[in-house]
Structures are given as structure tokens and as C-alpha cells.
Design a protein around this ligand. Structure first.
Ligand code: AP5
Ligand code: MG
Length: 192
């Protein structure tokens, strides 16, 4: 199995791009945010624990997402790999992912980052708020907290994966089709 990471700040377009990219390269798209929203909608124990944290724009505990992911890796077949969206999100999750994959005799195949400036993040999320009604999109204070948390906790992963020669950056500011083409041209070099 191959494990690719679709990286980027909130609202960069990870979810928008992931479906088509996963289909093109026969990967399973895994959004940890989406998995958590499904747990909340189903009223599970995980969902109950996650709800308040997500609504405030804070991360859920590492073990929560890592257990969900490990179960999903175990139960997936019929694809060539995974396109991870929203994981890892901090250095300890990245180290845990390396350990988890090495136990499986695997490693991260590459990281593709969709990069947009903070002003555009706020605009895109505000736009999505009117369409999707996500609990963490409704309030500008929560959006600003998500952006600040990204810079503090998630951005250090750029250096982590650059050091491993696995970091690739796509310009996320173009149209959806332009960004898709930029990601695909990177994937073509990784998924061979
Ligand atoms: P998650 O669901 O992952 O949210 P996020 O990282 O904040 O990212 P978004 O889903 O908001 O953005 P996106 O990049 O997918 O953008 P989209 O394609 O929708 O996580 C939610 C929460 O769950 C976290 O805050 C945390 O609490 C928890 N969580 C998740 N994973 C966790 C983890 N690993 N550890 C701990 N906690 C975790 O695009 C945004 C909008 O822009 C859309 O309206 C779209 O139509 C539009 N758009 C996209 N591309 C373009 C374009 N090129 N031009 C114009 N508009 C565009
Ligand atoms: Mg998303």
C-alpha cells in the first residue's frame, strides 16, 4: 500500500481536490475531519468527545484519530493506497504515523501541500459556511483559532517532511482545475 498526505491549512481545498485525485490514482481518500463529523452525526462515544473540541476549532486527542486510522488501514482492500487529508496535523502525529507504517513495513510515499495565504483561507471558509453549515465554520473567532493552530502545530511538518525529501508544494490559489492539475503533476512523479 502507498500512503500519501494531502497537506494544507484549513480551507485550502484538500477536501475539494481529494476525491478526483484518489480516483485517478486508485487510492482511498481519508479525511480525519470527515470521519469525526460522521462520528458526531451518529452520536457515538468518539463523536460525543470530539464535538465540543471541533466546534471550538481545537484538535481532538492524537490517540482518537490514530485509532480510527489504524482500524481503517486494517479494513481497507481493493485500492493501491491512501490519500490522507487532515492527518498528520502535528509533529507527534507525524512521528506516530511513521512508527505505525514501519510496523506494517511501509512508509509515507510523499506529501503534497496545497498552499494559500491566510486571507484566502478566511474567504473560502466564509463562503463554505453559507453552503455546508459546518459547526466550525460559523464563527470568525473559531476560524481564526483554526488558522493560528495550523501555523503553530501543523506548519512545522513542512520542515519535518522537507528533511525527509518528501515535501512537495502546489499553488492552491488558482481555479479548482488548475490546482488539480498541479497536484496531479506531482502525483505522477510519486505514484509510479
Ligand atoms: P478538517 O475537516 O480536516 O478541517 P480543516 O483542516 O480545517 O480543513 P477544511 O476541511 O476546513 O479545508 P479543506 O482544505 O478540506 O478545504 P475545502 O476543500 O473544503 O478538520 C476539522 C476538525 O476536526 C479540526 O479542526 C479538528 O478539530 C478535527 N481534526 C481533524 N483531523 C484531526 C487530527 N488529525 N488531529 C486532531 N484533530 C483533528 O475548501 C474550502 C472551500 O473553498 C470550499 O467551499 C471549496 O468549494 C472552496 N474551494 C476549494 N478550492 C477552491 C479553489 N481552487 N478556488 C475557489 N474556491 C475553492
Ligand atoms: Mg476538508
Amino acid at each position: 500500500m502507498k500512503y500519501y498526505i494531502l497537506f494544507g491549512p484549513p480551507g485550502a481545498g484538500k477536501g475539494t481536490q481529494a476525491g478526483a485525485i484518489a480516483e485517478k490514482y486508485n487510492l482511498r481518500h481519508v479525511s480525519t475531519g470527515q470521519l469525526l463529523r460522521e462520528e458526531i452525526a451518529a452520536g457515538t462515544e468518539i463523536g460525543k468527545q470530539a464535538q465540543a473540541l471541533i466546534s471550538a476549532g481545537n484538535f481532538v486527542p492524537d490517540e482518537m484519530v490514530e485509532t480510527m486510522l489504524n482500524n481503517l488501514f486494517d479494513s481497507t482492500s481493493g485500492v493501491e493506497g491512501f490519500l490522507l487529508d487532515g492527518f498528520p496535523r502535528n509533529l507527534s502525529q507525524a512521528a506516530d504515523l511513521d512508527k505505525l507504517l514501519s510496523k506494517r513495513g511501509e512508509c509515507v510515499g510523499g506529501v503534497i501541500s496545497i498552499m494559500i495565504p491566510d486571507q484566502m483561507i478566511a474567504e473560502r471558509i466564509a463562503h463554505r459556511a453559507s453552503i455546508e453549515g459546518r459547526a466550525d465554520d460559523a464563527d470568525m473567532t473559531v476560524i481564526q483559532n483554526r488558522i493560528a493552530t495550523y501555523h503553530k502545530q501543523t506548519e512545522p511538518l513542512i520542515a519535518y517532511y522537507t528533511e525527509q525529501n518528501k515535501y512537495h508544494q502546489a499553488d492552491g490559489t488558482g481555479t479548482i482545475d488548475e490546482v488539480k492539475a498541479a497536484i496531479a503533476s506531482i502525483m505522477d512523479t510519486l505514484h509510479v
